[in-house]
Design a protein around this ligand. Structure first.
Ligand code: SF4
Ligand code: SF4
Length: 611
């Protein structure tokens, strides 16, 4: 029996208001406050516990980094195996965001409607397998001979670079908007959880094994208040009637149904897990899509996901899944809008009697803009992808390429073809792109350098560095400095290398190149100091040992020269190209005696090698 409309503690529909909602809101707000406190503590102290975020588990599985995210995810799955999917309902910040968006929309009079698909519900599990199982499976078949299948575990519980694995703030904001507001508005209150969240894929699976379930007593009279309240779209009344418990793995144990049941017929308790429940087709679900639409939807989802994932090296995996879910909804709705005579969306009448209404045009305009943006991203991504394939086919060692300003003599016809094609793809992506791609720009610069256009390469590396930070920025500035050295622009080279070292002080090759720039500028004592400091970090650096030997010889310190030369020889590989590279670099520095020695050694091993 329903309570009178507007009775205190009851909704307009006469359903008792959930009392657990407030507790859950408090738990989720506390979670967000703790997350903010974690970031503030890191900013203030410079180091902190690594992010407590399930995605960090990928680094544990792939690189052996044992971090807080992995420990949290492992414990959360264990807890789910026993108690069911509580972690999602009470401890997930994305769910908190969806709840917040749902609450805001309700305040604006919009009650998010669930989008029900038969096929897309498998996306979270597939995404989880791709994230957490595929890398290990791939290594099983394609890892290098000496690499172990399970990496050696190392302690990464504390970090100084908390944000290293997260997208930049400029991406985090659209991420939260798309995975929060848009998925809630278009796909329902748990739209992201249902169609995108990879962690939910594993939590949903674990929930099937758990004995902890929402269960029912004989007091249930099938009033349906529980189903009407559930924001996870679980058919609570039907499931408890059929199975005596909620079996849908989408149940996040929010306890709203328990709280609103007028007969107090529901409770959380332990018993048989879902897997032991008898199979039944008695519960008929209503779906938003026909089977042909399901298939078209799956294709659109995949296409959209591949188009946006990693585009401009900006869109992360989870955001791409959220975007793809929204694109699928908009495409299918647009298709219906074009074909149907009558169509509405929330309170908007999009089309009536075959005539498009104003709201219909607005919806069609938004959907077309979104789909076109996706298609555009797909075009850019296509070129980035083919450029990356071409880049990965070039195996010319850096030392050889950077030994002299034009490395074209070392390129095979296939290399040249790959460089040409790769360059074309990267240029096309960069011309069409809406923002610069900080990962493909340095690769384009390398193609430019390899094809003999060092000047253009210097410019492109400068552009890349302007869009990068930390290690990738340091590397772009280092390569820029190295190429400027080959071009004879030593002062600019030194500046670029100093900038690289400001980003990464331990970038030993930048010290080496900086020493060379200083030497060529006539600041020989400074050069020797830079090389000596670099050698203190790594005594096996062959070129620097040779350079210090050459410097000592030129200043008449023959014992010292002898010491460095012997140290260099101990670590010099017996490779003609390696000796040739040393000869070239030493000759450029005016250390002709040592250069000649290495050239002769190169010729001794391979008489065909030319100066
Ligand atoms: S469990 Fe409670 S709310 Fe759900 S149908 Fe039965 S009586 Fe109604
Ligand atoms: S079935 Fe009940 S506990 Fe589970 S999500 Fe729905 S309302 Fe929450």
């Amino acid at each position: 029996m329903s309570a009178p409309v507007n009775a205190p503690g009851y909704s307009k529909a006469g359903i008792r208001k959930s009392r657990t909602g407030r507790w859950r809101a408090a738990a989720l707000i506390t979670l967000n406050v703790l997350m903010i406190a974690h970031i503030i503590q890191w900013r203030l102290m410079g180091k902190t516990v690594s992010p407590i975020e399930p995605s960090e588990t990928m680094h544990t599985l792939q690189k052996g980094f044992v971090n807080a995210g992995f420990i949290f995810f492992a414990l959360a799955i264990l807890a789910t195996l026993i108690f069911g999917r509580f972690v999602c309902g009470w401890g997930c910040h994305i769910l908190a965001l969806q709840d917040f968006c749902g609450w805001l929309l309700k305040k604006m009079g919009v009650h998010p409607k669930p989008f029900r698909s038969r096929l897309l519900v498998y996306v979270p599990l597939l995404a989880a397998l791709y994230m957490f199982v595929w890398p290990t499976a791939y290594r099983l078949f394609a890892r290098p001979a000496l690499e172990p299948l399970i990496p050696k575990f190392t302690n990464h519980l504390v970090t100084t670079n908390f944000w290293q694995t997260f997208p930049p703030v400029a991406v985090a904001i659209p991420f939260l908007f798309i995975c929060g507001f848009m998925t809630v508005y278009f796909l329902g209150q748990k739209g992201f959880c249902t169609y995108a969240c990879p962690y939910g894929g594993f939590f949903g699976l674990a929930d099937k094994f758990s004995p902890g379930k929402i269960r029912v007593t004989s007091a249930c009279n099938q009033c349906g208040h529980c189903t009407a309240t559930c924001t996870s779209n679980v058919l609570v009344h039907a499931e408890v009637k059929q199975y005596g418990m909620v079996v849908d793995p989408g149940c996040m144990k929010c306890m709203d149904c328990v709280s609103v049941c007028p007969n107090d017929a529901l409770f959380f308790g332990f018993g048989k897990p879902t897997l032991m429940a008898p199979k039944s087709n008695a519960i008929k679900r209503s779906y938003s899509l026909t089977w042909p639409e399901e298939i078209v939807g799956a294709v659109v989802f995949l296409g959209s996901f591949l188009s946006v994932r990693g585009v401009y090296a900006l869109v992360p995996f989870l955001m791409a899944l959220g975007c793809a879910a929204v694109t699928t909804f908009l495409t299918l709705k647009l298709w219906r809008l074009l074909r149907a005579r009558e169509l509405s969306f929330y309170r908007f009448n999009l089309k009536s009697s075959g005539k498009m209404r104003q709201a219909g045009w607005a919806f069609a305009g938004f959907a077309c803009a979104w789909i076109l943006l996706n298609a555009h991203s797909g075009w850019v991504r296509y070129h980035e992808f083919l450029g990356n394939i071409a880049f990965n086919k070039i195996h010319l060692p850096d030392e050889l390429a950077l030994a002299q300003v034009n490395p074209v003599r070392w390129l095979s016809p296939i290399d040249r073809e790959n460089i040409l094609q790769g360059k074309e793809h990267y240029v096309a992506a960069s011309r069409m792109g809406l923002v610069a791609n900080s990962e493909t720009l340095p690769k384009l610069a390398w193609f430019e350098y390899l094809s003999g256009n060092a000047e253009q390469s210097v410019q492109t590396l400068g552009k890349a560095a302007a869009h990068q930070k930390d290690e990738s920025k340091a590397l772009s500035l280092y390569y820029r400095g190295a190429i400027l050295n080959r071009l004879g622009r030593y002062e600019q080279a030194r500046t670029s290398l100093d900038e690289a070292l400001a980003e990464r002080e331990d970038l030993i090759l930048a010290h080496q190149e900086k020493g060379e720039a200083l030497w060529r500028l006539g600041r020989r004592e400074e050069a020797v100091t830079v090389w000596t400091n670099a050698l203190q970090r790594n005594a096996q650096l062959v070129l620097i040992n040779n350079e210090l030997a050459g410097a000592a010889r030129l200043s008449g310190n023959l014992d010292e020269a002898d010491f460095y030369e012997k140290q260099a020889d101990r670590f010099t590989p017996n490779n003609p190209l390696y000796h040739w590279v040393l000869a070239r670099r030493l000759e450029d520095l005016g250390m002709t005696q040592l250069a000649e020695k290495h050239l002769q050694q190169a010729k001794k091993i391979d008489p065909a090698i030319e100066r």
